[in-house]
Ligand binder design. Structure first.
Ligand SMILES: C[S@@+](CC[C@H](N)C(=O)[O-])C[C@H]1O[C@@H](n2cnc3c(N)ncnc32)[C@H](O)[C@@H]1O
Length: 325
């Protein structure tokens, strides 16, 4: 799933630390994910913590960002960004994912407030085969509304908006969207992550942007907060660190994420989005859909429907329906 150069660079990096050091750092990270974000990334302190973050979380945030970006790109097939701004970029998961999704990118800027994280992100990016990643500008700054920034066709925040104080987020989303042709924001696929995405989505729509994914409409989200939350899942192989620390556990993990992608230009929308793993039984597939009529709908596609049934057997959680790829 990860680009080969990134996988190799992460493996090399891990070899510098003892399994005990990495286990300690991962235990702290895991605790932090259980209890919620702490201010100023205070949980990531030592070089071993940063390496553990990169090895333990970056494959998952990369997979989530790459999946969200692939879905957004499918809805905006003529979008060929040249410039990319990634705010709260960490060790660079989203710039690697964007590089894979849009080979048109030439100029990449990351904004990140932790110098140790920047140092590692930059070293990883320099191993890339893509010039835009190798030459990315890593800017040491704290995200805030009004912070000067380069113009960007693509503007992203991956697992970072939720680390900002809630009252700052609407202004930060407006700041991120300024002049961008596409904005993508990704958060953990939890009720809290979804709530941050739902609020960001409202701000982007108020800015006059078109929501292209995952929603097939710009209207109010039909999901009732507190009862459910819109999220998706991507399966990835467990990293060597995972396997080292949790011997005998599954060889894969499922990363749950929520996201929104919005564009300045209008693109034809998907008719619907699949909101759950399709349930496949003999001769029928049940799909939970969010539709362009701004409603949730459960549909059953049966074998008698021929091509549509074959399509339903192949469609996955998070895909547009009918498929656009
Ligand atoms: C959970 S990590 C996500 C990193 C990366 N985007 C990813 O998807 O893997 C959040 C990152 O945002 C950075 N961050 C949090 N608040 C920030 C702020 N106010 N300004 C700049 N960076 C910030 C943290 O230092 C951390 O690297």
């Amino acid at each position: 799933m990860l680009p080969d150069e990134l996988r190799a660079a992460l493996d090399k990096l891990l070899a510098r630390y003892s399994p005990q050091e990495l286990s300690r750092s991962v235990a702290q990270l895991t605790e932090r994910y259980r209890t919620g974000p702490s201010p100023e990334g205070a949980h990531i302190k030592t070089p071993a913590d940063i390496a553990a973050y990169a090895a333990y979380r970056m494959p998952a945030t990369y997979a989530a960002a790459a999946t969200a970006m692939r879905q957004a790109a499918a809805q905006a097939p003529g979008f060929q960004p040249v410039t990319h701004l990634d705010a709260g970029g960490g060790t660079g998961a989203a710039i690697w994912a964007a590089g894979e999704t849009w080979p048109s990118l030439r100029q990449v800027t990351v904004i990140e407030h932790d110098p140790g994280i920047i140092d590692l992100g930059r070293r990883l990016a320099r191993t890339s085969e893509t010039a835009a990643l190798r030459e990315a500008a890593w800017r040491h700054a704290s995200i805030r509304p009004g912070l000067d920034r380069p113009p960007a066709d693509l503007a992203t925040m991956s697992y970072a908006l939720g680390e900002l104080p809630e009252e700052d987020r609407p202004r930060v989303v407006r700041w991120l969207a300024t002049g961008a042709a596409m904005v993508i924001i990704i958060e953990p696929g939890t009720p809290v992550g979804y709530a941050a995405i739902a609020a960001a989505r409202e701000v982007l729509a108020e800015q006059g942007m078109t929501i292209v994914a995952p929603c097939p409409h710009d209207g109010r989200c039909p999901i009732q907060p507190g009862r459910d939350w819109c999220h998706f899942s991507v399966r990835l192989p467990r990293s060597p660190l995972h396997r080292q620390i949790k011997a005998g556990t599954l060889s894969f993990e499922d990363e749950k994420f929520s996201y929104v992608a919005a564009t300045a230009e209008q693109w034809p929308r998907a008719a619907a989005r699949v909101l759950r793993h399709p349930q496949k039984r003999k001769g029928v597939v049940s799909l939970r859909l969010c539709t362009d009529a701004n409603e949730l709908r459960d549909v059953i596609v049966s074998k008698r429907q021929g091509d549509l049934y074959r399509e339903a057997r192949d469609v996955g959680w998070g895909d547009a329906w009918p498929r656009t790829d």
